[in-house]
Write a protein that binds this ligand. Structure first.
Ligand SMILES: Cc1cc2nc3c(=O)[nH]c(=O)nc-3n(C[C@H](O)[C@H](O)[C@H](O)COP(=O)(O)OP(=O)(O)OC[C@H]3O[C@@H](n4cnc5c(N)ncnc54)[C@H](O)[C@@H]3O)c2cc1C
Length: 494
């Protein structure tokens, strides 16, 4: 068979690795890996960049080897002796070195060829000899013929950055913030009024890099829609037992005659778990439920036992969320995404204490400020952008850095990404009810109006974020690489 893997980040790397580890490769196979980054395995987040960008998970939690949960810790002991402990957040770039070391040997395999190009187009091919068998033409240059493959793994990671204010291409607007070590080339700190739109983890990366790399004539300003933050990740919770009852057995026991589970049953169990664990949600919401700077300050002053306990509960719940969300009936699933998703993500995404301490310090000494409730950002007449708030205040930024995240709405993203555009145009994928890509689960194959379940096309990454939910961490990306290979093996009787 001729097989293509498009993208060589953590998901693509683990797809390649899993093909070998799960004995899915035959001597007659040809495997082509498409990736134009020069360092394999790192993708966007772990590429060579500033070492102040740190992982948001403890080093003990990010092993890429399911058989050895301590593999990354051992890598650190070997390559950076005495520098990082198990409960530390290491530079993302060092994790990238580990990922490269882990995946690069598979690129040397006899069947594998690494094509250092970006794929721009993927189209379906139906052969006269096998009218039922779909194959795929992969092109890196639209003016040249592509290669034909029997199976394609799309491990392309992240959609394009969102452009909610239509500023892309505008002078003074930096649409793509990474690598952050290039930002200062575009900014003159002694003159520019610099702003960051958004207050996500990306915004914190940008802030940290800029604040420590140069001294600014004007305060670095975060422009946000609401209160800027979530909760702070402090130390590991080590108190009384916390009960999280959700697992596969729980889901099986709660299936209705339809085979699905009811959101009401999930919510009732959630409340019971909290009560059994003596976690008081009302208290947590009252003290830490808005993401305000004041709440962050409270958390920095003293770790709150209830919050630590609840964050620990969320960490226990998270590995089961994909199974729960996919088992929900349609109404429950819709209701979950409309009503509970923002709330869940607020507690799921936790902010590093070290970073938040720096923000607080910057806020106190006037080098950082916050402008909330922005309603409009538009090009300024002379230079940069103008930001208007709901309170009729107007601000000016000479340079505005985009930290609003990725555009996961398929129809919008397709306009920016030629590969995705070609897939939509050829009807090899279609939007899910949440507007990302509809796939089978756990098969990971796109659904299409023309082809039904698209045979031998597999998808991972942010594009499937409401099916593999939540999938914004390295473990999930690696798992998805392995899961796509399981599906491939099953479909091809290997
Ligand atoms: C800024 C940032 C920081 C993060 N930090 C953390 C963290 O600290 N901890 C954590 O657990 N998770 C973190 N994440 C989550 C992250 O999504 C996953 O950890 C993981 O990197 C996802 O892996 P991936 O392989 O799906 O995507 P990526 O790592 O993005 O890899 C996708 C690869 O596909 C390639 N590609 C894309 N399109 C094409 C094409 N058309 N042709 C050829 N190649 C293509 C890209 O060049 C890239 O190398 C972070 C995410 C971001 C964006």
């Amino acid at each position: 068979m001729k097989i293509a893997i498009v993208g060589m980040g953590v998901a693509g790397g683990n797809t390649l690795r899993s093909l070998y580890e799960k004995n899915a490769v035959r001597p007659s196979d040809e495997i082509h890996v498409y990736e134009d980054r020069l360092t394999p395995g790192v993708g966007l987040p772990y590429q060579p960049d500033d070492d102040r960008l740190i992982l948001n998970s403890f080093s003990m939690d990010v092993s890429l080897n399911p058989d050895d949960p301590d593999e990354y810790v051992k890598f650190l002991e070997e390559h950076y002796p005495g520098r990082f402990g198990r409960y530390e957040f290491t530079p993302r770039m060092i994790f990238g070195e580990y990922a490269t070391q882990r995946f690069a040997p598979y690129l040397e395999k006899e069947e594998v060829q690494w094509i250092k190009k970006r794929v721009t187009r993927l189209t379906p091919i139906l052969s006269d000899h096998h009218p039922d068998k779909l194959r795929f033409c992969v092109q890196v240059d639209q003016n040249r013929p592509g290669e034909i493959y029997d199976a394609v793994f799309l491990a392309v990671g992240h959609p394009p950055y969102a452009d909610y204010y239509g500023l892309k291409g505008q002078p003074g607007y930096i649409h793509e913030p990474f690598p952050v070590s290039h930002l200062l080339e575009q900014i003159d700190p002694s003159k520019d009024r610099v702003g960051i739109v958004g207050s996500s983890l990306t915004a914190l990366d940008v802030m940290e890099y800029l604040q420590e790399s140069a001294s600014f004539a004007y305060p670095l300003t975060f422009y946000t829609l609401h209160e800027p933050f979530a909760t702070v990740k402090d130390t590991l919770y080590e108190g009384d037992e916390v009960f999280c009852t959700f697992d596969d057995a729980w889901i099986e026991a709660h299936r209705l005659p339809s085979g699905k589970i009811a959101l009401d049953d999930v919510l009732a169990q959630f409340k019971k778990d909290l009560s059994d664990s003596q976690i008081h949600l009302d208290y947590i919401m009252e003290h830490f439920g808005t993401g305000s700077l004041y709440e962050v300050h409270q958390q920095l002053q003293q770790a709150d036992e209830q919050l630590l306990k609840f964050q620990y509960y969320i960490a226990l719940l998270s590995p089961h969320m994909t199974a729960i969300v996919n088992a929900l009936d349609d109404r429950g699933r819709r209701h979950f995404f409309e009503t509970y998703r923002p709330w869940y993500e607020y507690f799921h995404v936790q902010l590093s204490k070290v970073k938040m301490e720096k923000i607080w310090k910057g806020y106190l000494n006037g080098t950082i400020r916050f402008v909330r409730e922005i309603v409009v950002i538009e090009p300024a007449k002379d230079k940069g952008v103008v930001i208007k708030t709901a309170h009729h205040r107007t601000y000016h930024a000479d340079v505005l850095i985009n930290a609003t995240g990725f555009e996961t709405r398929l129809s919008y993203a397709a306009a920016e990404d030629p590969l995705i555009h070609s897939l939509l145009e050829a009807d090899l994928m279609m939007p899910s009810p949440q507007q990302d890509v509809a796939i089978t689960w756990p098969g990971s194959q796109p659904l299409s109006r023309t082809y039904g379940v698209v045979d031998n096309l597999y998808l991972s990454g942010f594009w499937i974020g409401t099916t593999q939910y939540p999938n914004n961490n390295v473990q999930r990306a690696a798992q998805q690489g392995a899961r796509m290979v399981d599906s491939f093996k099953k479909n091809n009787h290997r």
